[in-house]
Ligand binder design. Structure first.
Ligand code: AQP
Length: 334
């Protein structure tokens, strides 16, 4: 069996939360052992699809790189780079737009959720977000895309874009597989457990940040919304408890049934305390390593430089074939 080519992107923000960590970053670290190569990209081009500050953007890219390295990504074993350093992503976005239906983009849940009532004012970049995401992955002929459950629809669309491209221009692109974790693919907001934990759409108190101080983590779990019952079981009527069970299972590297068994008969208060302590312990090494890594921007720049070089060496030949198949440049398609 050939090793998978793994690709995933992450937005540049210093406010990475437990959902991002459990749903995505944890999978990246595991992926670098399996992938050949495993490619991880800080998607600063995606970041301009919503209002932003240029000075802040540069800072947040460093923050995100330091979080990923602190979590265990190793530039010797994976390719870690900044999206804007590899122009093939932008070019392929435009080329893929030829086989992307406007109607498909119109149906994207994330676009609808993010624009809300302000559809007319939303940037065209936000509408185009899924095409750029397709280009990110397809430029590397990646076979696996590790993401959280919220990205399911975007990955389905990129698969469709690859199939349409191949049908129209001949077998060129690889149709990648979605990879979501068995437990923790959708971590919910602690205050509003029917909504996913989110950078922009969640509550402050219900969003646990990777870099939160331990006491703040304890406070957030202490005030987590549960229900009026007593049972610690996974059930659709108990989204708050089900979410805490998932979080504890991941933080302790065990399964949900084990957690249910251990806390059978316990009160919600004790359960929430146990989850808080497990998460504090889970995130402490990341926070500590982050504090060491983040100040060294020159070191982070070196990692980006090396990563971009390796990424471009992979993407450029794919782009050359795409251009040729689409009828650009001299000669006839091979
Ligand atoms: N609540 C979540 N549970 C599990 N996985 C999640 N992810 C996001 N939220 C959850 C996964 O994290 C990865 C990186 O996400 P991102 O930083 O690129 O951007 P995002 O998906 O836009 O992150 P947010 O927090 O959800 O921001 P908002 O809500 O503002 O858009 C992705 O793989 C994602 O699936």
């Amino acid at each position: 069996m050939p090793k998978p080519i793994i690709f995933s992107g992450i937005q540049p923000t210093g406010r990475k939360h437990l959902g991002n960590y459990i749903g995505a970053i944890r999978q990246y670290v595991e992926g670098q052992e399996r992938g050949e190569p495993a490619i991880f990209c800080i998607v600063d081009l995606h970041a301009i699809s919503v209002p932003y500050d240029p000075v802040e953007l540069r800072e947040r890219v460093y923050d995100t790189a330091a979080i990923l390295l602190a979590a265990g990504l190793d530039p010797e074993r994976c390719i870690l780079f900044r999206q804007s350093d590899v122009p093939e992503h932008s070019e392929l976005t435009w080329l893929l737009s030829a086989v992307t239906a406007h109607g498909d983009l119109n149906r994207m849940h994330q676009f609808k959720e993010k624009v809300g009532k302000d559809r007319e004012l939303a940037s065209a970049a936000l509408f185009y977000y899924p095409v750029l995401m397709a280009a990110d992955v397809l430029a590397y002929r990646a076979t696996e895309v590790p993401v959280g459950d919220d990205q399911r629809q975007h990955v389905e669309l990129m698969r469709e874009i690859a199939r349409r491209f191949n049908a129209r221009f001949g077998e060129t692109l690889v149709v990648p597989e979605l990879v979501i974790p068995e437990v923790g693919a959708r971590i919910m907001d602690l205050q509003e457990p029917e909504r996913k934990m989110s950078t922009t759409g969640g509550t402050e108190q219900g969003t646990v940040l990777v870099l939160d101080e331990p006491d703040l983590v304890r406070k957030k779990f202490g005030s987590a919304v549960t229900d009026s019952g007593r049972e610690i079981v996974r059930s659709p009527e108990k989204p708050g408890i089900a979410n805490l069970i998932d979080i504890l299972a991941v933080a302790r590297n065990t399964d949900q049934a084990q957690v249910e068994g251990e806390f059978d008969g316990s009160g919600y208060g004790d359960f929430k305390k146990a989850v808080a302590e497990a998460v504090v312990e889970y995130l402490a090494p990341v926070r500590e390593r982050y504090a060491e890594l983040r100040p060294d921007e020159a070191g982070l720049d070196r990692i980006f430089g090396l990563g971009a070089e390796k990424a471009q060496a992979l993407a450029a030949p794919v782009l050359a074939v795409v251009r040729e198949r689409m009828g650009y440049g001299a000669g006839s398609p091979k």
